[in-house]
Write a protein that binds this ligand. Structure first.
Ligand SMILES: O=c1ccn([C@@H]2O[C@H](COP(=O)(O)O)[C@@H](O)[C@H]2O)c(=O)[nH]1
Length: 266
C-alpha cells in the first residue's frame, strides 16, 4: 500500500489505529483453546470486530513463530484474511547482511502480502536497503523504542547527539517518506518534538499506548503532521479487552473508543 492510499484511508476512516495481533495461546478465551485452528479463529473474530475502526494490523511474528509450522500457517492465513483495505505490518524486527535481508524481504513482501516489515538498524545501510526495493512496500526502522531498555543505547549520547537521533538522521537518507517509517514509542513523550524536528514528513509507527501506559493525546498533539503521519498501535488493550466469550465484541468497543478519540485529533 503506497502513502497516498494510506493517507486516504486514514482520512476516510478518521482513524490511525493499528490493532496488534499479539495472539498468545495462554491468553485467548478458554472456549477457543481446544480449537485446532485457535490462533487464526481468534484473529478472525478480532479482525471482524475491529475492521471498521482501524486502518492497520500489526502481526508480531514472535507470537506465531513460537508455535512452529502451525503458528506460521496461522500468520499466513491471518495476513490473507485481513485483505487489501488495511495496512499490514509484520513486526519481525529483521535486518542482516544484505544477502540475507534480501530473503527476509522476499518472505514478507513476495511470499506473504505484508505492506511493511519492522527492521533493526544496527547492521547499517546494506541490512535495511533490501526492504526498500519494493514498490508500495515499507521498512519500519526501530528509532526510539517504547521499552525501558531504550535507555541502554538509544538514549545514550553518541558524539554531539543521542544515538536514536543519529539513527533517525542517518537512516532517513537511505529511503524516502514513501518507503520508510520509524518506530517511536508512545512512552517517549519527552522526545516527540525532537523526533519531528529530525523527520517531519515520515510516518511513525507508535507502539506503547494501552498496556504500556503511553498517551494517545501526547503523541497526537506533538507528532502529527499534515498527512497525519502516525500509526498508533494497541495490542493487548484491544485483543484481550475481555477474556470471555464476548472477547470480540469487547475488542470492537475498545478499538471504537480509540478511533473516536483519534477523530478528535485529526
Ligand atoms: O518499541 C517497541 C517496538 C515494538 N513494540 C511491539 O508493539 C506491541 C505493543 O503491544 P502492547 O500490548 O500494545 O503493549 C508488541 O507487539 C511489541 O512487541 C513495542 O511495544 N515497542
Amino acid at each position: 500500500m503506497n502513502r497516498e492510499k494510506l493517507v486516504a484511508l486514514i482520512k476516510e476512516k478518521k482513524s490511525y489505529l493499528c490493532v496488534g495481533l499479539d495472539t498468545d495461546m495462554n491468553k485467548i478465551p478458554a472456549h477457543l483453546k481446544t480449537d485446532a485452528d485457535a490462533i487464526f479463529n481468534f484473529n478472525r473474530a478480532i479482525i471482524d470486530a475491529t475492521r471498521a475502526t482501524c486502518v492497520s494490523y500489526k502481526i508480531n511474528t514472535a507470537f506465531y513463530e513460537a508455535w512452529g509450522v502451525k503458528g506460521w500457517e496461522a500468520m499466513e492465513k491471518t495476513v490473507h484474511y485481513i485483505g487489501d483495505d488495511h495496512f499490514k505490518i509484520a513486526d519481525a524486527k529483521r535486518g542482516d547482511i544484505g544477502n540475507t535481508s534480501d530473503q527476509y524481504a522476499k518472505a514478507f513482501f513476495e511470499t506473504m502480502p505484508f505492506d511493511a516489515v519492522t527492521v533493526a538498524p544496527y547492521m547499517g545501510e546494506d541490512s535495511v536497503k533490501p526492504f526498500l526495493q519494493y514498490e508500495g512496500k515499507w521498512a519500519i526502522v526501530l528509532g526510539l523504542t517504547s521499552n525501558k531498555g531504550a535507555g541502554d543505547f538509544e538514549l545514550q549520547q553518541s558524539g554531539s547527539e543521542l544515538l536514536y537521533e543519529k539513527v533517525l538522521r542517518t537512516v532517513s537518507e537511505w529511503g524516502t517518506a514513501e518507503n520508510l517509517m520509524f518506530v517511536v514509542g508512545a512512552t517517549q513523550a519527552d522526545e516527540f518534538t525532537r523526533v519531528r524536528e529530525l523527520i517531519p514528513d515520515h510516518f511513525l509507527l507508535v507502539p506503547g499506548v494501552g498496556a504500556q501506559g503511553g498517551s494517545l493525546k501526547d503523541i497526537s498533539e506533538k507528532a502529527m503532521n499534515k498527512d497525519c503521519g502516525l500509526l498508533v498501535n494497541a495490542s493487548r488493550a484491544v485483543i484481550y479487552a475481555s477474556g470471555a466469550a464476548d472477547f470480540d465484541e469487547a475488542a470492537g468497543k475498545v478499538a471504537a473508543g480509540y478511533q473516536q478519540e483519534m477523530a478528535g485529533y485529526l
